[in-house]
Design a protein around this ligand. Sequence first.
Ligand code: NAD
Length: 493
Amino acid sequence: MLPIEQKLFPVEIPNWISGEERLAQSGDLFDKLNPANGQRLSRVARSRAEDVQQAVTAARQAQPAWADTPAVQRGMLLHKLVVGMQARQEEIARIVALETGKSYKDAHGETGGAIALGLFYASEGQRLYGRTTTSGTANKYAMTVRQPIGVAGLIIAANTPIANVAWKIFPAMICGNTAILKAAEDTPATAWIVGQIAQEVGLPPGVLNIIQGYGEEAGAPLVEHPDVGVISFTGSTEVGRLIQRAAGARLARVSLELGGKNPLVVCDDADLDNAAKWVLLSAFSNAGQRCASGSRIIIFDSIYEKFREMLVERTKMLKLGPTDDDDLGPVINEGQLNNMLASVEQAQQQGATVLVGGTRLTDPEHRAGFYMTPTLIENVDPQAEISACELFGPIAILYRVKDFDEALRLANDSPYGLTACIHTRSIHRAVRFCDKVQAGVAVVNAGTYGSEPHMPFGGLKQSGNGSREPGTEALDIYSELKDIYINIDPSQL
Ligand code: NAD
């Protein structure tokens, strides 16, 4: 008999194409493992170009009718999808927890965030504003309207899987596009259940298609397909670069939400207790698998020793495991774990000191899972590789600086520019930091966190390509603006 959780989704996870569940045409499947114990959770459709083609055909066929459905009614239908997700919030959260190894409590919260985001966009059907303005010519109206682009190709990472699904599909669909979501290979069932709910609530077939598979095999053909008008991607900078290049070759619109190496500055006038709490949350929540995670902790010299002590002490007390009593879970797969271990080892060889962590958990309770101990490192050169590259796990580096100017300089000395945070009691330092830090999000006296559903999120430099999602700003990604001029004096014709 299957364990209870496994009844939440099929043993073989298919694609959703035109409202139907379809395995890959090749019949190939790959294994999805449970990060908490290394056991197989499911077998997943290993889609390739021919499956992507089916999805594109379905999305193209469904698009004109979806575009002709008034935006308010599209919003009503998306609202049904949100209500369907709400009704099954516990089930979704159990799937998310199982696929990622995070606690049910965290997965439930994340699902709540996805629902809030869906609600926001469903209502945007009533607010797809254009602009009316004056014309330079007499008897003429001038206005802009939003129009759909066509088929949207959406590619996501696995770290916060249900939030990532919602983040992409709702804005794409409210704008009148049909969508093809390429699920993250590490979280296939989370995407699958959204496809199932969409069918149950009556979203027209072909409006939301979900493709399972690996990036090179199922993601790349979606990016390259000439009938996919807009690509929105959340993932690594490395893959983002490939996608930009491929989509650029055919001049398709691209939105890239990429990585981060986010600074958190702790000044000598900070509330150290509050700062320590937020450093730990920023660095280690979701096992550090957050684009917004605080991985560079920049500490004033005069409080360095004291604050380091506080961090080390509290980090040692963190509990690892997949339950609600644990502080952080495993990382998503073994490859990711091994990359991190190798990076820490290389840093050590170059003179870095590991203050705590730096290893895989190998006790009987954890050894079958992919657990990285929460890690704090010091004595790292700001120019070293580990200072510059994102590790996407529970690892933070401590740096010592003499004053605010040096802290700001170091915060900005990064190829990335996604989020940044400062802890200080000085309004002047706080405001100057928010003004000068090179990041898409600046935070005072809290954590390096992502944005709320109605706010725009995105990064500078190698953290993205300048687009912002979600918020109303995402509407600009998924719609074309058209100028309309109307001559209102027939005698002028
Ligand atoms: P990844 O780039 O390896 O994979 C992300 C997605 O891209 C997956 O679905 C994968 O299958 C697909 N993919 C891989 N190669 C592809 C290709 N050649 N063509 C098309 N698709 C391809 O990233 P990951 O390791 O799964 O996720 C972690 C990364 O995501 C981190 O860098 C993190 O910072 C970033 N991230 C960014 C945000 C943000 O909003 N800025 C949010 C979450 C995660």
